[in-house]
Design a protein around this ligand. Sequence first.
Ligand SMILES: Cc1ncc(COP(=O)(O)O)c(C=O)c1O
Length: 401
Amino acid sequence: MAYSPYNKAASVPSEGHDTPCRQIRAQTGAEPPHSSRVGDVIRVADPQLGRAERAAVDDVLVSGDLADGEEVRAFEDAFGSFVDAEHAVATANGTAALHATFEALDLPAGATVVTTPFTFVASANAPRFAGLAPRFADVDPETYALDPDAVERVLERDDDVAAILVVHLYGLPADVRRFAELAEAYDVALVEDAAQAHGATVDGRPLGTWSDAVCYSFYPTKNMTTGEGGMVTTDDPALAERLRAFVDHGRAEASYDHATVGHNFRMTNLAAAIGTAQLARLPAYTVARRENAAYLTEALSDAPVETPTEPVGRRHVYHQYTVRSPERDALREHLAARGVEAAVYYPRCVHEQPPYRDARADAPVAERLADEVLSLPVHPQVTEADRETVADAVRSFRGGA
Ligand SMILES: Cc1ncc(COP(=O)(O)O)c(C=O)c1O
């Protein structure tokens, strides 16, 4: 079966006024009912694993072929065709996907990688593992994604930049078309961290259309999971070959020929089996996330928070639904008292973390966001009643008033 976000009409349930969750269960055979509530709390993340995942894992257990093998190849093929990429290389996790990509790009030792400081720390750790130097440019105050103008200012001034690393934060694609123009003009590589953006598109086209490589994570809270896992997709055959070697001890064709130094960053068949089952659910999950997000944006239009934006042509997959409030911590407590879990991604910019205090950074917008953002439950298990509870709780916040 070809899973594609570009012919979604075929895969999106159309009948009636079912909740997204009911639609997903009907489509995938997932067991009912698994509410997003634990006790009286609506959780901010709730990975769903069902019969399909259990059966797939059981098949692998019965086969006894637990490590890298046929299941991993099948998952790579399915995920590669889902994002319309020529090559897909599975990894042990998303950090390994990023690390392997920066190794495989073969950039000059010590060169600069311009990226966002408003991300999970792994985005910066990966180029550093590969002997490169992350440098942090500011983010756009509307989308919270890396600001192309800020990156351009860095590129104009510094000639030691070898790559731009964009992060599709919360599931909203960064302005990849503009970054691709910059990458071409300044002859630098362009890598996408799509750990939070499975199935996101730009102008109807998949991530990866305008970059060298896209890196995904399948950590349990992501839009789809393999337990731990990651994937790199690329249309560049030489890059894919170097990636395959790096994630498997620098192995050449023969088992004990090692042409280069590599890691063991391989995915297991167990993880891949879960991934293939989850991938079948992803289109419906994305519909559910987007429906929940649309409801919240409408319901919060008069609330004392700033709601997320979705620039024209950039399809948000709402890994997180993140609002902004100058009284973020009080709002979070207010929600907790009403049974709504909310989370802060991220309370501190990467350049404010001890390992990066010496890195070059100019990011006042990102620093302010770290004090003001709050993510609300938006995942596919959030029911219509849950999302009403979430919206009512936010609307009833009066802050310091
Ligand atoms: C933006 C971003 N980049 C990288 C990663 C690293 O992925 P993983 O946890 O699978 O190593 C994550 C997830 O945790 C992430 O959110």
